[in-house]
Design a protein around this ligand. Structure first.
Ligand code: PLP
Length: 483
């Protein structure tokens, strides 16, 4: 029997959808004509356990790992804020969850309306002209941004090869530049941790295609000369890309479009409270000014007279980046978050994130100085340098924090701060949590002076003690012993 006949026997006849994939109807009758050797004779042999046992198993597993529902997750640059449960309820609504991506536009008007409304909300937050929600992560958004730049310059018959990034840039920026075929040129930040205009001027030439800049930067600092920075690049014919991973500091406060950026990405799984990594797929929508709009990926959701459709007829488009339309379930969660908060709520969330970071920075600074900036935005970078005289490194502080029931901050990044500890509490934490965290940090600094061995052998209270990170990365053991 051919594979096609086999599949029709089981699933019934199929039809082809918009993209040529088969859509099958549900099985209507018991499978027939399956060769004997493929039929199971005995029982399937799965363990038979009660619901309660299953539940206990998963609750137990969930306590072995750290997550924001257990306690603070101050991982700088990653914005690990609480993901409200109502987001999940909306995403699970049958009208959304039961949709098939091959359904016709007429059948999916509600879903298309949400995609359109989310893109329009992000247009408003960014101050740009158009958004494509398609990229599946911030890094893929960066890739789209540079593909747009490549298409834009090719369209103008210009050839430019360089991408400029400051030395505080996230690793994905140069990685993206390289994947899209650009050459990365890194320039040093100024003494204040921000872009130095003279250094930038010296780095600029007619071969620079794009300046990629994170605002506020990874030190949690805003660029007071942002308008001049963007003007300098534009004067040499280059484009400016804003890495929007730190939009938690800007949303509702200031718009990258007003700074003059040509394009940017959002990380819905950071700023807009959708799950990260293991919690689900990400989403990295890209916002652009009008001159880059023709190059955005297909399809685009378009609206005319209250009716939505997907537009595939875009001759200058860089093509599709993701199957179908991107991670639709994530759009629902982000859109729920945005509409629940509204414009005022979004601004308040951002203000609170900034306040929380500044409060925490001031509380830990006596033991862990913050070398750059009097005040920070949504995150700050402290240094564990003073503990080195006791033989204690930032890595030890991070490990000891696990014993206090906290996740560790981002460490050893950005590289311009020695023994860096990058802390981002987010707006979803209250004063009590911030104080507990600050107290733990200060106690760890005292332990460094009095009982440094405690830090060197930490963590002692976690299911897995300190691992040899180099071998863990090179030869990971990814099975879990069952007991
Ligand atoms: C998280 C982050 C990225 C990459 O985003 P992903 O969604 O993880 O791909 C890029 N730049 C900065 C500054 C980030 O913090």
């Amino acid at each position: 029997m051919s594979a096609k006949d086999f599949s029709q026997t089981i699933y019934g006849k199929s039809r082809r959808g918009r993209h040529g994939y088969h859509i099958s109807s549900r099985p209507t009758e018991a499978p027939r004509d399956i060769p004997r050797e493929y039929l199971r004779e005995g029982r399937i042999g799965l363990p038979e356990v009660a619901e309660l046992q299953v539940l206990r198993h998963y609750v137990d597993l969930s306590t072995k790992n750290h997550h924001v529902e257990k306690d603070l997750f101050p991982l700088g640059s990653c914005t690990m804020k609480y993901n409200p449960k109502v987001n999940e309820e909306v995403a699970a609504m049958p009208g959304f969850a039961g949709l098939h991506p091959e359904q016709s536009d007429d059948d999916a008007q509600g879903a298309l309306a949400v995609m359109h409304a989310l893109e329009q909300a992000l247009v408003a937050v960014s101050g740009m002209d158009a958004v494509s929600a398609q990229p599946a992560a911030g890094a893929q958004g960066e890739m789209l941004g540079l593909l747009l730049a490549r298409a834009y310059f090719a369209d103008r018959k210009e050839s430019r090869h360089k991408v400029l990034v400051p030395d505080t840039a996230h690793g994905t920026n140069p990685a993206t530049a390289s994947i899209v075929g650009f050459e990365t040129k890194t320039f040093a930040s100024g003494k204040d941790g921000r872009v130095d205009l003279d250094t930038l001027r010296a780095a600029l030439d007619d071969d620079v295609a794009v300046l990629m800049l994170t605002v506020p930067n990874t030190l949690g600092l805003f660029e007071p000369h942002i308008g001049e920075i963007v003007d300098l690049v534009h004067q040499r014919g280059g484009l400016c890309y804003m890495d929007g991973a730190n939009m938690n500091a800007l949303m509702g406060q200031a718009r990258p479009g007003d700074f003059g950026f040509d394009m940017m990405h959002f990380n819905l799984h950071k700023t807009f409270s959708t799950p990260h990594g293991g919690g689900g797929p990400g989403s990295g929508p890209v916002a652009v000014r009008a001159h880059l709009e023709p190059f955005l990926p297909t399809p685009r959701v378009v609206e005319k007279d209250g009716k939505y459709r997907l537009d595939y007829q875009r001759p200058k488009s860089v093509g599709a980046l993701h199957s179908f339309f991107g991670n639709f379930g994530i759009y629902l969660r982000a859109y729920t978050y945005i509409t629940r908060l509204g414009a005022d709520g979004i601004r308040r969330a951002s203000s609170t994130a900034i306040l929380n970071a500044n409060y925490l920075a001031k509380r830990v600074a006596p033991a862990y100085p913050v070398p750059y900036g009097e005040r920070c935005m949504h995150e700050f970078v402290a240094t564990g340098e003073p503990l080195k005289k006791h033989g204690v490194k930032t890595l030890d502080v991070a490990k000891r924090l696990l014993d206090f029931g906290f996740y560790a901050p981002t460490i050893y990044f950005p590289l311009v701060v020695p023994e860096a500890l990058m802390v981002e509490p987010t707006e979803t934490e209250g004063r009590e949590t911030l104080d507990r965290f600050a107290d733990a940090m200060l106690q760890i600094a005292r332990e460094a002076a009095e009982t440094p061995d405690v830090l060197l052998s930490a963590p002692t209270k976690t299911p897995v003690r300190r691992v040899d990170e180099a071998s863990a990365n090179r030869t990971p053991v990814i099975t879990v012993p069952m007991d």
